[in-house]
Design a protein around this ligand. Structure first.
Ligand SMILES: [Zn+2]
Length: 196
């Protein structure tokens, strides 16, 4: 006896999500099955409206229109840009309330044997020229991949004549930015290390 098709389809969808295995997917679908139809419709609508969001055309954070809320805010300092891996890092840094510049979301990191062609590095270099950016803060995770990416960007940015710094190491080694608390992030920003 197998699950009915809608059930199986949903298990396939959930199993494909990060950190969700087939057993966990099965439990999620069973949980959803037990919800009333109003809740399910609400859930389906939220999923569907994700499709109306896009990447900010300037910084690649999540946006409801062409530009994200941060890029369209005239009160943000446009001379300082914080480079992060993913939109989740933007949210975490914003929560710390201690950064008033703009962001650039790379969309991942470089890995050994992968030159990172899919990362938005060319777009960052274009922004440096066109937006007259003066300082770049590298807020990459303290992982091997984050370090590799930071090293590469540091060289490219210093060649472009930009002041470059990196979040202070107070951030626990291996600890992701998205999981760090506000006070830790605020201090990592304040005590950022100049790279040149
Ligand atoms: Zn933006």
């Amino acid at each position: 006896m197998r699950y009915p098709k809608p059930f199986r389809d949903l298990i396939t969808h959930f199993s494909a999500l990060p950190s969700v295995g087939p057993k966990m997917a099965e439990r999620i679908v069973l949980y959803l099955f037990k919800q009333d139809s109003e809740k399910l419709t609400d859930f389906a609508e939220s999923l569907e409206s994700l499709g109306s969001l896009s990447f900010c055309t300037r910084c690649f954070h999540i946006a409801e229109g062409e530009l994200c809320d941060i890029c369209s805010d005239p009160k943000r300092d446009s001379k300082t840009v914080c480079v992060v891996e993913e939109p989740t890092d933007v949210i975490a840094l914003e929560r710390s309330g201690s950064f008033n510049g703009r962001y650039h979301v790379l969309g991942g990191t470089m890995r050994p044997g992968n030159s990172g062609d899919e990362l938005r590095i060319p777009e960052l270099l274009t922004r440096i020229r066109t937006e007259k950016i003066e300082e770049v803060i590298l807020a990459l995770n303290p992982t091997t991949e984050g370090d590799l990416t930071a090293l590469y960007l540091k060289k490219r940015l210093i060649d472009a004549g930009i002041r470059v710094s990196r979040l202070a190491r107070g951030l626990a080694t291996g600890g992701d930015i998205e999981y760090a608390d506000e006070a830790t992030l605020a201090s990592a920003l304040k005590n950022r290390e100049s790279l040149g």
